[in-house]
Design a protein around this ligand. Structure first.
Ligand SMILES: *Cc1c(COP(=O)(O)O)cnc(C)c1O
Length: 292
């Protein structure tokens, strides 16, 4: 389109060499993704590493990376559902910020020919943003959250010719064989107040008792309540509340859920039974579940 001639440049064969030239040749890295479609904005992180200041929509990496005084941001919120309207607003905001804030800061040069405030922005950005986006930080996250726990877990499972792994498998097979017979005995007993239709007021105790036939699985069977709260006409997940065992009579175990309601509102709730073994790494490791 003729109106873009000489204003927009399309770079073919973008590679590290071209990228290096871009990074060293500009003062601001501007990214204007359509919220919330920015996957990451890796090039902005790269610019950051090289002392450039970012000016972007709070989307992708910039949503978490932005710090005041270390770059500039356009709000994460959309004002319009219509993209054309939104684009016009964003463009007006970008021009206004450039004109009134960013360019004056850049040209507030001292006798030595540079803007100390601009340099301060760069220093802030290198000090407070860049360290969070290094490969070292990423690797530490992987080690702390995944690799190290997985390595020690693997070691535990393998010890003594896979003793722990065999034990878990045996337990799972036992649960699978008996699972169909695990059932609620009678009805869920609710505390009196809760029998009035789902309304809860502050400091009221939500309390329910369930008797479950554990089919020989005993304390491997756990129970929890799942609460939903009505918000803006929608029922939203609120909390899971674990039940404790209050009585055991042969195969029948009695579970009790006690929860002090802290916020008034309309709650909905349901209960579910699931198998658990302390040797499992996570519930999803064996996702059997019965809603009652
Ligand atoms: C920085 C860089 C990218 C990432 O750019 P985006 O704008 O985030 O997609 C891709 N390719 C090369 C060669 C780069 O240097």
């Amino acid at each position: 389109m003729p109106q873009f001639l000489g204003k927009i440049i399309f770079l073919e064969n973008y590679d590290m060499t071209v990228s290096k030239r871009l990074i060293t040749g500009v003062d601001i890295w501007l990214n204007t993704p359509t919220r919330p479609l920015e996957a990451s904005g890796t090039s902005g992180e790269k610019a950051e590493m090289n002392g450039l200041l970012n000016f972007s929509v709070l989307d992708g990496w910039w949503y978490e990376g932005y710090r005041k005084g270390a770059g500039w941001a356009l709000t994460a919120k959309r004002s319009y559902t219509d993209q054309g309207q939104q684009d016009r607003l964003d463009s007006a905001t970008i021009y206004s910020m450039l004109e009134n804030e960013i360019i004056p800061l850049y040209f507030a040069k001292n006798s030595k020919g540079y803007s100390p405030e601009w340099i301060q922005y760069i220093k802030n950005s290198i000090a407070y943003i860049a360290p969070n986006y290094t490969m070292s930080r990423m690797m530490h996250d992987y080690f702390d959250r995944f690799y190290n726990p997985e390595a020690s877990r693997a070691k535990e499972l393998k010890a003594n010719n896979y003793a722990a792994a065999r034990e878990i498998v045996e337990w799972k097979e036992n649960v699978a064989a008996r699972w169909n017979d695990v059932n609620l005995v009678g009805e869920v007993e609710l505390s009196e107040q809760l029998n009035t239709p789902n309304a809860s007021s502050e400091n009221m105790t939500f309390s329910a008792t369930l008797r479950v036939n554990t089919a020989g699985l005993g304390r491997s069977i756990q129970v929890e309540a799942v609460a939903y709260k009505d918000e803006d006409g929608e029922s939203k997940f609120y909390k899971t509340i674990p039940a404790t065992i209050v009585a055991e009579d042969g195969d029948v175990i009695t579970y009790k859920v006690d929860y002090k309601v802290r916020h008034s509102g309309i709650y909905r709730y349901s209960f579910r039974i699931y198998p658990w073994n302390d040797k499992m790494a996570h519930r999803q490791d064996f996702a059997y579940m019965k809603w009652v």
